[in-house]
Structure formats: structure tokens, C-alpha cells
Design a protein. Structure first.
Length: 447
């Protein structure tokens, strides 16, 4: 099958030009500027005139929770991969805090087997670290696994790694990415005790960023950076959320960095002022913080201190999001609207579209050393997204693909719409329809 997409505005590797892409089966065989020769169009099985459309590499989300196994009442790999491709996300990396947690090679491979059966996006899964599974982590083939996830501070699931010797072993021995959830458990518990004593246990959600405070993030991240520098670790700080943490980062070229950081879309979009309207729908760990924190994150993304934009897509049923600060579940579904939300911020002048593509498509591929993905290049897999930049629509529940059936973006007006998504050269999403017969591939990595 040979397909040509032409007349598109291609945004790739910092450049923007009208051109065309030829897909030969699963691979990009040609990328060209201006109009293609008619002979080239004629030799293709399908020609797509994409005039007025943006043509982007597929986004790569390095942090999702698709909830399978064990939590499939609210999400599963199949449903959430549908949400991903509907949002222009062609590859995802899923977290280990499922039931059971993915802390052995056997459990890890079971998730890969399941994804091969049901995922319409490309996939990878982190090995989860605990205080006592270093022997299992040593068995992992990191050419076929994206990295190790370490909870340095508790979050959803019981995977807190707080043994100093274990942490040092992980940081010293893992040849791949060590990705961390970074909040200090002692500070969180201290804050919880202080606010509970003053105001009782049934606190509203706006106490959440006071309990899971900026201090808790900074102290934990500073400790991780110090250890990573000692151990020469490829440390990746997930969902960074506070202004002071920027002091711990540098803006060297990504390929030269050992210590990198990710920011999530919701920390770039919302502030603590939004708790009044959104309530528990935007409760997450680490918490959404102040306007000043958000501005610092936006600045850091623009100046290269922060390297990757992802989602921490974490679906819960709305019934699980009920209650107070200490009882409502933390996390929200984001993967379907992450790319278009970032493009909306670019439309408003907060970022450039070129930077959005870099941080959501190129940078994850570079950072994780993913083979032949993340760029519109000849010889690379054809993970490609067509976006209509002139659409205008309001996010509504009826359009949501995630199994939990809600989004924190409901009611927001957006102006970029994913029209078509190709995964490995196959048209998996087109005009709001998902081809449920298509399957993604297991990501591979250069160690």
C-alpha cells in the first residue's frame, strides 16, 4: 500500500513548509517540498490532498496510566489507545502501578502481550521499582523496555521506594531511563497533619497543593538530582510542577543531558484558581499549583530547561473523584486532548507550534532513544497526524474516547482538531472514526 499526502503544511525539526510525504506500507519513503510530480501521485494507491492542514509527526506520550491489569473498570489498553490516536498520540509508555504492579519481567511481558492483542497505538511499558526487586530489574532487556519507574514519594498504588541502598543500586546500575515521581513523603505527611489539626479531615480540594506542596517536590527532586549526579544516572523527572525545581535543571542540548524533565499539559494549562470551577476533576499528584508556578513551567519549556511534554493520563470514574482533599482520587484523563491543547496554547502565542512538535514528538524519541520514530524522515515509521488548524469546537462528553467518559477540558473551546492519524502507515483514525482492526507495534530502543 502506497499513500501520498500532499499540499500539507509540514512542521518538523524546526521547519515549516508546504510539501508532501509518501508512505510505502509502514515506512516514510519520501519527504518533499512544494508540489509532487503528477507521476508520483499516479503511482500511489491513495492520494490525500491535505490543503489547509498541518502535517505533524505523531506525538509520543512518555507517561500514561492505561489501568490494565486490575483497574479496568475505569480504563484499559484498548479504550485508552483509542483515545490516544484520536488525539494524535501514536505511541505511549505506560506506568507500572496496576494490580498487580508491573515489578517482574513476567508481569511486564504479560502487559506487552495484551497490548499486542488490543492496542491501536504503539506501546511500551515501564518496569516498576520496589524496595526489594532489584534482581528483577537486572533481568530487563532495555532495548525492548522504555525504562524503570521509581516512586520517590507515594502516589497511586503502593510502590514507594524509600530504601537508600535500593535507590543507589537503581541509580547506579540501570542502563536506561530512570523516571521518577518526585514528592517527599515526610513533608506531605507533615502538611497533612498540620492542616487536619487546624481544619479537620474533610478539607476541600484547594488544600491539595498545600499538602502536596512545592517544598515536597523540590526536596525530593533535589535529592534525586544529587544522587543521579553521583551515579551518572539517566534521570528523567516526571510531571515537574513547581517554579523552584527549575533551579535544578539546565538548558544544554537534549542529546547532551543526563538529567531531564517532563511537564504535563495540565500543569501548563490550569492553576490553583481553577479548583473553584473544576474541583476534584483537576486533582492530581503532583498538584496543580500557582499562577507563578505555571508561568515558570511555561518559561522553562520555552528556554529548554524542560525537555518533554506528556500527560500523566490517569483515568478515574467520576464517582471516584468525589470527596474531600484526602479521599478523592488523584488523576485525570488527558491523552485525547493533549496535542490539541498544546496547539491551542501555541495559537495564543504562549509557545510556537514548532516547539510543541519538538517537545511532544521529537524530544521523547531522542530522550528515550526510540528507534525510527518521532520525526518525519525518510526510512522512519509513518506515525503521522493531520490537524485542521482552522476548526472551532467545544469539548463535549459525547466525543470522549476514554472509558471513564469525562475530561477536564469539557466546555473548553479549541481551534485545532485531529483529522487523521496514521500509525505505522495505517490510517487508524479518520474523521472521528477509529479503525479498531489496526494494531500498533512494540517500541524498541537503542541502549
Amino acid at each position: 500500500m502506497k499513500t501520498i499526502i500532499h499540499n500539507a503544511e509540514i512542521i518538523n525539526e524546526g521547519k515549516r513548509f508546504i510539501g508532501y510525504v509518501v508512505i510505502d506500507n509502514e515506512i516514510i519513503s519520501k519527504v518533499g517540498e512544494s508540489a509532487p510530480l503528477q507521476a508520483l501521485i499516479s503511482e500511489c494507491d491513495e492520494a490525500i490532498d491535505a490543503q489547509g492542514m498541518l502535517l505533524l509527526p505523531g506525538a509520543i506520550d512518555d507517561q500514561v496510566h492505561f489501568r490494565e491489569p486490575g483497574l479496568t473498570h475505569k480504563a484499559n489498553i484498548e479504550s485508552e489507545s483509542h483515545a490516544a490516536v484520536a488525539g494524535g498520540v501514536t505511541s505511549f509508555m505506560d506506568m507500572p502501578n496496576t494490580k498487580p504492579a508491573t515489578t517482574t519481567v513476567e508481569l511486564l511481558e504479560q502487559k506487552y502481550d495484551r497490548a499486542a492483542q488490543v492496542s491501536c497505538a504503539n506501546y511500551s511499558f515501564y518496569a516498576g521499582a520496589t524496595n526489594d526487586n532489584m534482581a528483577e530489574l537486572r533481568k530487563v532487556d532495555f532495548s525492548r523496555v522504555c525504562g524503570v519507574k521509581v516512586f520517590m514519594g507515594s502516589s497511586t498504588g503502593n510502590m514507594l521506594v524509600d530504601d537508600k541502598d535500593t535507590l543507589r543500586s537503581i541509580f547506579s546500575e540501570i542502563p536506561s531511563i530512570v523516571a521518577i515521581h518526585s514528592e517527599d513523603e515526610a513533608i506531605i505527611n507533615r502538611n497533612k497533619a498540620i492542616y487536619s489539626e487546624r481544619f479537620g479531615n474533610d478539607l476541600p480540594v484547594f488544600f491539595h497543593p498545600l499538602v502536596r506542596s512545592a517544598e515536597a517536590c523540590y526536596v525530593s527532586t533535589a535529592r534525586a538530582v544529587e544522587l543521579a549526579n553521583e551515579c551518572n544516572t539517566r534521570l528523567h523527572i516526571l510531571h515537574i510542577s513547581s517554579a523552584r525545581e527549575m533551579e535544578l535543571l539546565d538548558n544544554a542540548p537534549l542529546a547532551e543531558k543526563k538529567i531531564t524533565a517532563e511537564v504535563c499539559v495540565h500543569h501548563l494549562w490550569f492553576t490553583d484558581n481553577d479548583y473553584a470551577q473544576k474541583g476534584n476533576r483537576i486533582k492530581c499528584n503532583p498538584a496543580i499549583k500557582t499562577h507563578a508556578d505555571r508561568q515558570s513551567l511555561r518559561n522553562a519549556l520555552n528556554n529548554g530547561l524542560i525537555d518533554v511534554v506528556a500527560t500523566d493520563h490517569a483515568p478515574h470514574l467520576l464517582s471516584e473523584k468525589q470527596g474531600g482533599c484526602f479521599t478523592a482520587a488523584s488523576g485525570m484523563p488527558l491523552v485525547q486532548y493533549s496535542l490539541v491543547a498544546m496547539l491551542e496554547m501555541a495559537r495564543k502565542g504562549i509557545f510556537t507550534t514548532e516547539m510543541v512538535v519538538d517537545k511532544m514528538c521529537h524530544a521523547p524519541a531522542t530522550l528515550y532513544r526510540i528507534n525510527k520514530r518521532g520525526f518525519i524522515r525518510e526510512g522512519y515509521y509513518a506515525d503521522i497526524v493531520l490537524v485542521d488548524p482552522n476548526a472551532s469546537y467545544v469539548v463535549e462528553a459525547k466525543d470522549i474516547k476514554s472509558k471513564c467518559a469525562w475530561s477536564p477540558f469539557e466546555g473548553e473551546r479549541l481551534h485545532n482538531k485531529v483529522k487523521t492519524t496514521f500509525v505505522n502507515g495505517q490510517k487508524v483514525f479518520d474523521n472521528d472514526t477509529i479503525n479498531t482492526n489496526i494494531r500498533g507495534q512494540r517500541l524498541t530502543f537503542t541502549v
